[in-house]
Design a protein around this ligand. Structure first.
Ligand SMILES: C[S@@+](CC[C@H](N)C(=O)[O-])C[C@H]1O[C@@H](n2cnc3c(N)ncnc32)[C@H](O)[C@@H]1O
Length: 305
């Protein structure tokens, strides 16, 4: 691992000098959606139409670093991504089957296949809204339309998660849903890019607007610091190369600190667990990267969602 890390860290530092990844440049995060879209498709989780040439290019560009890291027993971005994606699938399935969730809002959906997969599986029993910044949302809308997935129960909306209200904000979107039915809000691959204050602001906005629902659950991936040392530094380097800016990557030292922050933001219950704890050992096998992924679930309201 240490053999490949210094070069990557150097590239990341140069990129980092150009500016911190923050609310001012959210569009810089979007290329990563092409990368992850390609990863989902090449691992059989998606439809090839959701994989783009840009995603393939990024994937091939990072492949040598990944091979090196994997060969040296270090983490690979792919194993990390697959673990978090599958763990979030498990949590969402549980929310639907055990807690009466009939409405899902997926924020920062990018080119993720989850909405398409869940819409096919649950049909009219589930309303699935995918949302992203306007340019990415337009691409997703066009692609899903071509795939024949869109309709009254599956659609794509514009959102900026950093907006506190009005059209194109989280409260604006949730206002279009039925408050008397169960809700899940899911976010994957975004929170690591947000500055801590922006993340806490999004959580406060979510907790406030989700409390209008009798039962509502929030699900997201989360990176925790502490103990991972060089591995986390390498990951931050890779992600920074990606987005052309420094990546916050983790905001909390451990699960307890993250859970406390979620409660302070207004959620009544919160739990943060390692992603491999939720998926089968065969799925979690994929090298060291998987163990770096954590997932958060939090809820508001008296009823369980
Ligand atoms: C790493 S991608 C993850 C995409 C997808 N969730 C996945 O896992 O494949 C990050 C996504 O966050 C979106 N994004 C960035 N800033 C945003 C914001 N302020 N509001 C909504 N979406 C945002 C980007 O457009 C991009 O699609």
């Amino acid at each position: 691992l240490s053999a490949g890390a210094p070069a990557l860290l150097a590239v990341a530092k140069r990129r980092g000098d150009r500016g911190r990844m923050d609310a001012a440049r959210p569009e810089a995060i979007s290329p990563t959606a092409h990368y992850t879209g390609y990863v989902w498709a090449r691992n059989g989780l998606s439809d090839p139409q959701l994989a783009t040439a840009k995603g393939r290019l990024l994937y091939e560009a990072l492949r040598p670093a990944m091979l090196l890291s994997g060969a040296l027993g270090g983490p690979t971005l792919e194993s990390y991504l697959l673990a978090r994606h599958r763990a979030l699938d498990v949590l969402l399935e549980r929310a639907i089957s055990e807690a009466g969730v009939t409405q899902v809002l997926e924020l920062a959906c990018g080119l993720s296949p989850r909405g398409w997969r869940f819409a096919r599986r649950y049909g009219s029993r589930l309303t699935y809204i995918e949302a992203d910044l306007p340019a990415m949302a337009a691409l997703k809308r066009r692609t899903l339309k071509r795939m024949g997935s869109l309709g009254a129960h599956h659609f794509v909306a514009d959102v900026d998660v950093l907006r506190a209200g009005g059209p194109g904000s989280i409260p604006g979107l949730l206002g279009r849903l039925r408050a008397e039915e169960g809700l899940a809000v899911i976010v994957e691959g975004l929170v690591g890019y947000l500055e801590t204050e922006a993340l806490l602001g999004m959580w406060r906005t979510l907790a406030r607007s989700m409390s209008a629902f009798g039962a509502a659950v929030y699900l997201s991936d989360l990176q925790l610091g502490g103990g991972a040392g060089q591995s986390v530094a390498l990951f931050r380097a890779l992600l920074s190369v990606f987005v052309g800016g420094r990546v916050a990557l983790h905001h909390f030292h451990d699960a307890a600190e993250a859970e406390r922050a979620l409660r302070e933001a207004g959620f009544t219950e919160a739990s943060v667990v390692p992603a491999p704890a939720l998926i089968s050992p065969r799925q979690a096998r994929v090298a060291a990267g998987a163990s770096l992924a954590h997932v958060a679930s939090a809820r508001v309201g008296d009823r369980r969602a």
